[in-house]
Design a protein around this ligand. Sequence first.
Ligand SMILES: C[S@@+](CC[C@H](N)C(=O)[O-])C[C@H]1O[C@@H](n2cnc3c(N)ncnc32)[C@H](O)[C@@H]1O
Length: 223
Amino acid sequence: MAKLTREQERRHAQACQLVELDRDLNDDERLFVLDHWQESATSTNASDRAFFTPAGLARDMSMDVEGRRILDLGAGIGRLPFHCRDALARYEYPQFVCVERNPAYVRVGRRVMPEATWICADILDLPDMLDELGTVDCAISNPPFGPLPRRRDAPGGYTGRRFEYHTIALAGLFARRGVFLIPQLTRPRSGAPAVRTASRTPATRSTASSLPRPVSSSTRAAR
Ligand SMILES: C[S@@+](CC[C@H](N)C(=O)[O-])C[C@H]1O[C@@H](n2cnc3c(N)ncnc32)[C@H](O)[C@@H]1O
């Protein structure tokens, strides 16, 4: 685990105890786990660019999310869907599908967001599951940024190294709308042919896009 303060270690241990409880967690307990369970508890967090979203940013992002069925790509332990729940309370029976490849995160995520369907998989394998999963109203993600080793490309033609663009291209296969937390510098240019950027200030790094289907034309903007 990365070097933590004593206090961080103590709270992480408390979060682990909550995860192990033999009953459902209440909302305060789920929030405690989200706030204090350390992503560095697993050795692959650096290579997977696993840096969980702070609560405030997740809340800001949730304001752009619309629809009843939401797909989180690289869900970590469920921070984004947890905060989207309230924003989507106006929909009857909102559904969340969380995809995350780290099994330790999935295990914790199932305790934080038990109402979601959790899939422990590489998001780049999702096209093989399209029939099974079906489409969603909105894809959300705080994807790993930058050049990250990957086993395959997302469909749509982008073959560059930036993982966030593979995530966005992949989202286009499942959803007409997507909300992503991406670095300001790699944000697709407003007016790019296939990804129309809607609102958000530079500081929030949140991008709400109408997603193309198919996504091939986004490749020019994304490289
Ligand atoms: C920046 S973190 C964000 C986590 C969470 N969504 C949040 O907002 O707190 C990116 C997440 O993507 C996961 N991840 C990285 N590569 C992945 C892949 N190929 N397939 C599925 N998940 C992946 C990491 O393990 C990590 O949990």
